[in-house]
Every structure is written in C-alpha cells, then in structure tokens.
Design a protein around this ligand. Structure first.
Ligand code: GTP
Ligand code: MG
Length: 204
C-alpha cells in the first residue's frame, strides 16, 4: 500500500474580506477555488490531515473570506470563498468577484491555483469562466475533480477525459487530478504537484 505523505504543521493565519487589506507574506501561496459546496474545505483538511482546520459547511457558501493557512513554515494554503451559490445575492456575488479576481490577478506570491470541479456533474459555465480567466491572466493551475468516491471507476475516467478535452488548448493547465477527501485518492499526487510547482524544495 502507498504511504500517505505526512504534513507535520498547519495553522490558520487570517481571513481577508477587503481587497485593500491583503497582508504581505514571504512564503509561496497555493490557492483553492471552486463552486460553493464543491469540497474545498474538506480537501484542505484532507491535505493537512486535520479534521477541522477549514470549516466544512452544511450550508453552501459558508466560506466568505479568503483564508490563509501556513503549512510547515514552507508554503501558504489559501482557501477562497465558493462561487455560484444562487441565493447569495447580486451584491455579494459582485463583492466575491472583486475580491477573488483581484487576488488571482495581482498576488505575486501566488504560484499555483487549484480549481475544484465536482466530479458528479458536468463542468458549469462558471467553472469554464474561471478557467478562461486564469488562461487570460496567465496563471498556472490544475483542475481537481472532487468527490470521486461517489463515482464508479469508469465514470471517473470519463469525467477526467471530458475535462482534459475541455482544456486541450489551455497552456496554463498542468493536470486534471481525480480526488476524494474521503478515501485520500489523489492526495499524494497533489502534494507532489504542489511541491514541484510552488514550493520547489524537497520538504516531503
Ligand atoms: P463552501 O465553503 O460552502 O464553498 O463549500 P466547500 O467547497 O468548502 O465544501 P465543503 O468541503 O464544505 O463540502 C461540502 C459538502 O460536500 C459537505 O457535506 C462534505 O462532507 C461533502 N464532501 C466534500 N468532499 C467530499 C468528498 O471527497 N467525497 C464526498 N463523498 N463528499 C464530500
Ligand atoms: Mg469551504
């Protein structure tokens, strides 16, 4: 059996709600973004092997600020608020867009963006819009297909192929990675990708 990579330290630093209040940190940043309820917080907890570092929501749209976590004093994990939750209101959606797009576009320390897409559904127009945005601003990203424990192997393979086809001409997409925060599928690969593309040090 494959051994799980150990992460020895992870702690919450702060949450940001105002685009003028981003702190300056030295460490490289890896951001996690996707639709509300896609499984971002669960995946973050799974990566760092903590039950409750990022809050898991019973109601969609719970994460409303950009949350920074320090991991092993080597990199920062950035949990971004979920988008696409219909009842949240236009004013909130606009605020969301301003804060998130500002961070994605301007943050020098941001080395890698993890775009989460729910494996149980076709990618939505908002997912495609985010991918287009990342291509336009030339950000390196990977696509994580979440909740794969809910899919048969064949369905998981087909979803991966569908998304690979979607990004076939995208030059900034480095991988389409099936993931399950329940089984840990994809976790070692994801840590390897983060290490290789963002941290660039042999820390694991
Ligand atoms: P927001 O903060 O609201 O944007 O949501 P989120 O993207 O952080 O999602 P969260 O991790 O809170 O998970 C949403 C729901 O999906 C919860 O009920 C989780 O238990 C469930 N979930 C998350 N990841 C997985 C997974 O890998 N497998 C399964 N089966 N369920 C998952
Ligand atoms: Mg969340």
């Amino acid at each position: 059996m494959k051994r799980s990579a150990i992460i020895s330290q992870a702690e919450f630093l702060l949450g940001v709600v105002d685009k003028n209040k981003f702190p300056v940190f030295e460490l490289p940043e890896v951001a996690f973004i996707g639709r509300s309820n896609v499984g971002k917080s669960s995946l973050i907890n799974n990566i760092v092997m903590r039950k409750n570092l990022a809050k898991i929501s019973s109601e969609p749209g719970k994460t409303r600020e950009i949350n920074f976590f320090e991991v092993e004093n080597k990199w920062l994990l950035v949990d971004m608020p979920g988008f696409g939750y219909a009842t949240i209101g236009k004013a909130h959606r606009e605020k969301w867009a301003t804060l998130n797009y500002f961070y994605l576009e301007n943050r020098d320390n941001l080395k890698l963006v993890c775009v989460l897409i729910d494996g149980r559904h076709d990618p939505m127009p908002t997912d495609v819009a985010l991918i287009e945005f990342l291509e336009n601003i030339n950000r390196k990203y990977l696509i994580i297909v979440t909740k794969c424990d809910k899919l048969s192997n064949i369905n998981m393979f087909e979803r991966k192929q569908q998304i690979e086809h979607l990004v076939i001409f995208c030059k900034n997409c480095i991988e389409v990675l099936p993931y399950s925060s329940i089984s840990g599928l994809g976790r070692n690969e994801l840590i390897g990708i983060i290490k290789h593309n963002a941290v660039k040090e042999n820390i694991y």
